[in-house]
Structures are given as structure tokens and as C-alpha cells.
Unconditional design. Structure first.
Length: 398
């Protein structure tokens, strides 16, 4: 048997095209009908074009989420040699395969549907087609079918993304509404409890002054005052959570603020073995924040770290900025046991706590303060195995 030359093989393929175009188009339509991934559609287009068009080399480019064209599939040459030319310069597409794959004839067919460009089908032949018209007509039909599939795939992807964002917003609205109602209830409760507490504290202080220091009555009244102070702290936290105020931001140096927060915490640790607290902050870093709100947030985080380390180990508090407009990052980390994974999702929910005598409002208030500064707060396991709370504050808007 005498082998036919490439031109003869191509002519034989063309002679049978009158029987294959409908079959080829139907096959590709079926193949892309259930495909939701643009890369899968590009692969099936490349397979159909290679099988039915007799091309020596072909490449399929698909539009990325960023709107650029990127090589999705290639047949007959190395993909490393191909790049995506400027879509506004058609001549560069036609010349591309001739420069890298030694072809004598090439065509670039845009994959357009619904007014959008979803990719390009690039075809090359080493032997020029004897009857190019039916081949090019079939190529255009395959490109149109693939374009419709890509259009649907991208629209489906956008719809899924929109539905996901809608579900997230709905969940956030439900959480916000729940917090609003909880805040109203907390404000009423705090108001009703605050006045009677002030009267009880006054009576206890008067009684304690009448008892001899060291007497059982003096000790009992002192314990009652201590418990009353804890209850008053809970009321204050309820009020802070129920009535968050908008921050009054002004540029302040952050290192002195961090030093002040740490120094205010030191007297409370004086009677016990205190952990080592390290401050990491560049000198001269100034950022627009509400100093009172930021100090309250950092104090809460530091108190949690002190309790987690049980009076020993190292605690680190620090801040850094990537530059103007990049936001500010603050963190507090410790060498305690860390937060179990099953508790991390509810860390910042109000009234959720793992402490035996905790209120579950400290971290919720921290999140309120971070969000009021157009920021976020997250938990990350520290390299030491302890806890690390990272706060990101956005730059001042306007």
C-alpha cells in the first residue's frame, strides 16, 4: 500500500465533509450542553476541531474571570510556545501559529455570544486546504456552539456567585437583626439593674466601715462588694454592647497607646506571677483611630491573654502598617493552650463563652470596635500553640 501525501489525506477528509458537518455540530452541542466549566468546554471544542477539521495544530483560548484571554487547550504543538495576542489586533492571531508551528495556513475564530467575547479558536494547517470553504464553515459552526456553551457557563458561574453573595448577605442581616434585638434587651436589663446595684453598694460600704477589719462581718461584706463589682462590670459590658458608638478617629501615635494599655494592666497583676508582655511597634507610626475604643479592645484582648497563660509565659502585642491606604494590623498573641477548633466559629458571638465565670461579651465588643473602624478581627493559632487575635483596621475614609 502506497502512503498518501498530506495533501491527498486532507483532500480525502474534505470530500467526506458533506456527510459530517451536522454530525460534528450535534456531537459538540451534546458535549457542551451539560458542561459548566469553561475549561471543559474548551477541551471538548479542541477535540471536535482536531477530529473533524483535519487541522495540524490548534489552540483554544478562554476568557478568565479577570477578562483576559488565556490558553486553555492546545493540540499539535507545545503550549509553552503559545501566548494570547492582543484581541484587538487580528493579524497577530493569524501569524501566531505560522511562527511557532510551521503552518502554511491559519485561521482565528472569535468565540462570541450575546455580545461578549468568551475566547478564540486558533487553527493551523501545514498543508493548505484544497477546498477550504466547507472546512471553515464547519469551524465557524463549532466555534459558535462552543461560544454559546461558554456564555452559558460564565453566566451560570456568575449566577451561582450572586446567589452565594445573596445568601451571605441574608445571613449577615439575620445576625445583625438578632444582635439588634439582643442589644435592646441588654440595654433594658442593664438600666433596670444599675440603679438598685448602686444602692446595694452604698449600703455594703456603709456596713463595712462599721465592722472591725479582720472580723467575719468585714470579710463577708468585702466579698459581697467584690461580687458586686463583677456584676457592675457585666452591666458595663452589656451597655457597651447594646449601645455602640461611632468612633471619633484622629491621628495618634500607636506605640504610646500600646504602652499605656500594658501599664494599666500591670497593677492588676502585681499580686500574682505576671506573664512577660512584649510590645512590637515601630516608633513614629501614626494612625487615625478612636483612642478610647482601641484601648478598650486591646485591654480586653490582653486580659484574655493573661487569663489564658495563667500568669506565666509570654504575651506579645504589636502593630504594623503596609503603608498609606493599606490598613493597619494589630495583634495580641499568647503561649496559652489556644482555642479548641470546635469553639472558633462562635468566638465573637455575644454571650458565648467557655469560661466558668465569663460573660461572652468581651470578644463581641472587640468585633464591634473593629467593624466600627472599617476593619475585622480574626483568630489564628499562634506559632507557639497559643492564641493570636489579629485586628485589621481600614484607612480613614474621606
Amino acid at each position: 500500500m502506497v502512503a498518501r501525501r498530506p495533501q491527498e489525506r486532507y483532500s480525502a477528509a474534505v470530500s467526506s465533509l458533506n456527510e459530517t458537518p451536522i454530525t460534528a455540530l450535534v456531537e459538540l452541542s451534546r458535549d457542551v450542553a451539560d458542561a459548566e466549566d469553561p475549561v471543559v468546554i474548551a477541551t471538548r471544542l479542541a477535540d471536535a476541531a482536531k477530529r473533524h477539521l483535519g487541522a495540524s495544530v490548534l489552540a483554544v483560548y478562554a476568557t478568565t474571570d479577570a477578562g483576559a484571554l488565556a490558553l486553555a487547550e492546545v493540540r499539535g504543538c507545545s503550549g509553552a510556545l503559545l501566548h494570547a495576542p492582543d484581541p484587538t489586533a487580528p493579524d497577530t492571531w493569524v501569524d501566531l501559529l505560522q511562527g511557532v508551528a510551521d503552518v502554511t495556513e491559519s485561521r482565528a475564530l472569535p468565540l462570541t455570544s450575546g455580545g461578549g467575547l468568551y475566547g478564540v479558536l486558533l487553527i493551523g494547517w501545514r498543508s493548505p486546504p484544497e477546498h477550504p470553504a466547507p472546512v471553515l464553515s464547519l469551524a465557524e459552526g463549532l466555534a459558535d456552539i462552543a461560544a454559546i456553551g461558554l456564555d452559558r457557563a460564565y453566566r451560570t458561574r456568575e449566577l451561582v456567585r450572586s446567589l452565594r453573595e445573596l445568601a451571605d448577605r441574608k445571613e449577615e442581616l439575620a445576625r445583625t437583626e438578632g444582635l439588634r434585638r439582643m442589644g435592646q434587651m441588654a440595654a433594658v436589663l442593664a438600666h433596670e439593674v444599675r440603679n438598685p446595684m448602686a444602692g446595694i453598694r452604698g449600703v455594703l460600704e456603709l456596713l463595712q466601715d462599721r465592722f472591725e477589719p479582720g472580723s467575719p462581718e468585714h470579710t463577708i461584706s468585702g466579698k459581697a462588694l467584690h461580687r458586686l463589682a463583677e456584676l457592675n462590670l457585666l452591666v458595663e459590658e452589656l451597655l457597651q454592647f447594646a449601645r455602640p458608638r461611632q468612633p471619633h478617629r484622629s491621628p495618634i501615635p500607636l506605640l504610646p497607646l500600646l504602652q499605656e494599655v500594658v501599664s494599666l494592666l500591670e497593677p492588676a497583676q502585681a499580686s500574682s506571677r505576671a506573664p512577660e508582655i512584649t510590645i512590637i511597634a515601630p516608633e513614629g507610626l501614626i494612625w487615625p483611630v478612636d483612642p478610647g475604643m482601641l484601648a478598650r479592645m486591646l485591654t480586653n484582648l490582653l486580659q484574655n491573654a493573661v487569663q489564658a497563660t495563667s500568669g506565666s509565659g509570654r504575651i506579645e502585642i504589636g502593630c504594623r502598617s503596609g503603608g498609606e491606604g493599606e490598613g493597619l494590623e494589630l495583634w495580641v498573641s499568647d503561649e496559652g493552650p489556644g482555642v479548641p477548633e470546635e469553639h472558633r466559629e462562635t468566638l465573637f458571638e455575644p454571650f458565648v463563652t467557655t469560661k466558668a465565670r465569663g460573660t461572652g461579651l468581651g470578644l463581641a465588643v472587640c468585633r464591634q470596635i473593629a467593624e466600627a473602624h472599617q476593619g475585622t478581627i480574626q483568630y489564628r493559632p499562634a506559632p507557639s500553640g497559643g492564641a493570636c487575635f489579629v485586628v485589621w483596621l481600614g484607612p480613614l475614609q474621606g
